[in-house]
Design a protein around this ligand. Structure first.
Ligand SMILES: Cc1cc2nc3c(=O)[nH]c(=O)nc-3n(C[C@H](O)[C@H](O)[C@H](O)COP(=O)(O)OP(=O)(O)OC[C@H]3O[C@@H](n4cnc5c(N)ncnc54)[C@H](O)[C@@H]3O)c2cc1C
Length: 319
């Protein structure tokens, strides 16, 4: 097709995007009033994109138990969104973790992202609580025994730093899925081929559930480099080059970040991947722009109002 006959909505290259696209957004529980306002602005801005779900993290060392709970419940009460709660095994007995999960069920929250979790800063390696779940696989089995949860787990395209081998890491993922998880969300990565190779390995190992790529739009490159070292994600030289000289130029950094992430997603879309999980860091602008580039459009205000009303009726019925 020549450019003269290409429909106005078609992207300049590649296939048309947006059709079957599904997204989810990850937030963290706010510490202060100001941070809470920022979070709610982000939630309201992203809500019309109709994400499949939005998730709220559980602080390292299990430090945000109450704040995570409050945030998840508020999202359910105040919006049309389906919230998912991250839950970890760190620093708590099985009975304590089960009690948190029970409170979620009672509040109508049935989607949990089940994780082993990272220890509090400065504590070195993960040490399970003497009466606690020892890893995410055990937590998944515990949740499955407790109630009818939808359970997502973590996956590592570049291998978890504590895994003995890529095979052992995949076996661990299979165990989590075998114990009752139905979706994996990946650690962030930047090279689309890294994800595609991981998906090939996972499919060859017999994993058939959705493995949703975790997309991190880069806002602070220096911080990214530190964090990537800890979690085993690689930072390609081309990415460093793109952010070179932009330390004091947040506006250009944002434009570059949106371009990089949109291009990453576009290449994955071309490879047939249609679901993405965005690490938003409680900011909507980049995630919104990337989704827009990929073809997602906000639902009309009337539709959203009707959906909110329907959600309120559902809450009323289940209360
Ligand atoms: C999408 C996503 C969301 C996250 N959200 C949070 C969050 O909210 N809060 C937080 O604190 N952290 C979070 N993390 C980080 C996560 O807690 C860490 O990566 C943690 O180190 C591992 O958690 P896991 O659930 O993957 O652990 P697991 O799946 O239990 O395993 C971690 C590693 O240990 C190995 N392993 C585990 N059990 C065994 C075993 N029995 N024998 C041999 N090897 C074993 C596995 O192979 C794997 O390499 C998140 C990560 C991702 C990808």
């Amino acid at each position: 097709m020549s450019s003269a006959t290409r429909p106005a909505s078609a992207p300049p290259q590649g296939r048309a995007v947006g059709g079957g696209l599904q997204v989810s957004f990850e937030f963290f529980p706010p510490k202060t009033e100001q941070m809470a306002e920022q979070l709610w602005r982000a939630v309201e801005r992203l809500e019309p994109l109709q994400p499949r779900f939005v998730s709220v993290t559980y602080g390292a060392g299990g430090s945000t138990r109450e704040r995570t709970h409050q945030t998840v419940v508020r999202i359910r009460e105040r919006s049309s969104l389906t919230p998912a709660a991250h839950l970890t095994c760190v620093g708590a007995s099985r009975a304590e973790v089960d009690a948190v999960a029970g409170r979620y069920l009672a509040a109508g929250i049935t989607h949990v992202v089940a994780l082993r979790g990272d220890p509090p800063e400065g504590e070195g390696g993960f040490r399970p609580h003497p009466d606690g779940y020892r890893d995410a696989g055990e937590l998944v089995a515990g949740l499955r025994a407790l109630g009818d949860f939808e359970i997502s787990v973590a996956a590592y395209p570049e291998i978890h730093p504590e895994a003995g081998s890529s095979r052992a890491d995949l076996d661990n993922l299979k165990r989590k899925l075998g114990n009752g998880a139905s979706r994996a969300i990946t650690q962030f990565f930047f090279d689309p081929d890294v994800l595609l190779r991981f998906l090939d390995r996972a499919r060859a190992a017999g994993i058939g559930v959705p493995i949703v790529p975790g997309i991190l739009p880069v806002t602070n490159f220096a911080q990214l480099v530190r964090f990537s070292r800890q979690c085993g994600a690689s930072v390609p030289a081309w990415l460093a080059h793109l952010f070179e000289g932009l330390d004091d130029d947040p506006e250009t950094r944002k434009l570059v970040a949106a371009t990089v992430a949109a291009e990453q997603c576009r290449r994955l879309l071309e490879a047939g991947i249609e679901e993405f999980h965005f690490y938003t860091l409680n900011r909507a602008d980049l995630a919104y722009a990337i989704c827009h580039i990929l073809g997602l459009r906000a639902a009309p205000a009337e539709w959203l109002a009707e959906r909110r009303a329907e959600r309120a009726r559902q809450r009323g019925r289940s209360a």
